[in-house]
Design a protein around this ligand. Structure first.
Ligand SMILES: NC(=O)c1ccc[n+]([C@@H]2O[C@H](COP(=O)([O-])OP(=O)(O)OC[C@H]3O[C@@H](n4cnc5c(N)ncnc54)[C@H](OP(=O)(O)O)[C@@H]3O)[C@@H](O)[C@H]2O)c1
Length: 298
């Protein structure tokens, strides 16, 4: 199986690369090798590689900056995704893409399902929703994995920010009224590789194209996640932090509004593919283990 992977320098792309290599021949591209803001560059790349699967973790993910870089956010998250899906359709290839809990406004009581109506609060969420629709409109074979609060051992993310702040400050103030499922790149990469493995040999009607919610199990707040991160890392880190205080979203204003409820229901994914991602706490333990491993090797 020939797999084209984008975003190889990103959090998720970095962890996808070694796992996808176990499933087939992978051509991985970073922004330097293919700038996804160029439609021609995407078409040329897909024509050259002729993959049977495209995995696309590349995205414009700067949620606050997207408020002022609307065109760029849409170019990467919508136009590029649609073009890749269309080029995949022409080859009969499967297109695997990632979307976000931020397509919802967070007002629902309970977990969001795939049939709930999206209503993004910010430009990033709107651009990702436009991407979902562009992909679906091609009529090709696709899986869109909507996930949330993504973090891992590399890149720039909440876990690594909290770790840095815990070393620098005695007190942290963290938003405590947004609820979601912190989902690790290790779990997402593992799940994607498992889907790719299932793909070989399966026909479309056992593997229906569509949107699937794919997050870690259970939920917490950003403050709950921060406390768990500090606890998990404390034994081997030199932390100054003594107190982690919960604050409301209104006490931490940001250019982009965030949904208060980001919890997604994963039943469709689990029922269709027959497996699920770990709970967020087990996912965190796995990432902490990976961080220690990488640090002991460097
Ligand atoms: N992060 C989250 O909390 C979160 C939550 C829900 C869903 N998601 C979705 O999950 C997926 C993976 O997210 P992530 O956190 O791994 O993202 P990430 O770490 O920000 O990585 C995104 C990658 O896309 C690349 N990229 C951006 N613009 C590009 C361009 N013009 N041409 C080529 N490549 C470009 C970036 O390249 P550079 O390295 O050169 O910048 C980066 O390697 C995305 O679809 C994201 O929308 C993320």
């Amino acid at each position: 199986m020939r797999i084209l992977l984008t975003g190889t320098q990103g959090q998720l792309g970095t962890d996808l690369l070694p796992l996808l290599k176990q499933q087939g021949e992978v051509v991985g591209v970073s922004r330097a090798q293919c700038d996804l803001s160029s439609v021609d560059a995407i078409k040329k790349l897909v024509a050259e590689v002729r993959p049977s699967v495209i995995v696309n973790p590349a995205a414009y993910t700067a949620v606050n900056e997207a408020e002022v870089q609307r065109d760029l956010a849409y170019a990467i998250n919508s136009t590029a995704a649609g073009v890749m899906a269309e080029e995949a359709r022409k080859l009969g290839a499967m297109f695997i893409h990632y979307s976000t809990d931020y397509v919802f406004d967070g007002n629902k009581v309970g977990a969001y399902t795939e049939s709930d109506e999206p209503q993004p609060l910010n430009v990033y969420g709107a651009s990702k929703l436009a991407g979902e629709r562009a992909i679906a409109s091609t009529g090709g074979r696709y899986l869109i994995l909507r996930t949330s609060w993504v973090y891992g051992a590399n890149g720039s993310n909440f876990l690594l920010t909290i770790r840095r702040l815990a070393r620098e400050r005695k007190e942290l103030r963290v938003v405590d009224d947004q609820v979601g499922a912190p989902t690790s790149t290790l779990q997402l990469a593992w799940a994607t590789a498992r889907l790719v493995k299932q793909l070989s040999g399966k026909i479309e009607d056992v593997f229906p194209s569509g949107i699937y919610h794919a997050t870690a199990g259970d939920s917490t707040t950003w403050c709950g996640f921060a406390r768990a991160i500090v606890e998990a890392l404390r034994d081997q880190d030199t932390f100054k932090v003594e107190q982690i205080l919960g604050i409301s979203s209104s006490e931490y204003p940001t250019p982009a509004r965030r949904p208060l409820n980001s919890v997604l229901c994963n039943n469709k994914f689990e029922n269709t593919f027959g497996f699920k991602l770990h709970g967020w706490q087990a996912g965190l333990a796995e990432v902490v283990h990976e961080i220690r491993l990488r640090e002991s090797q460097s």
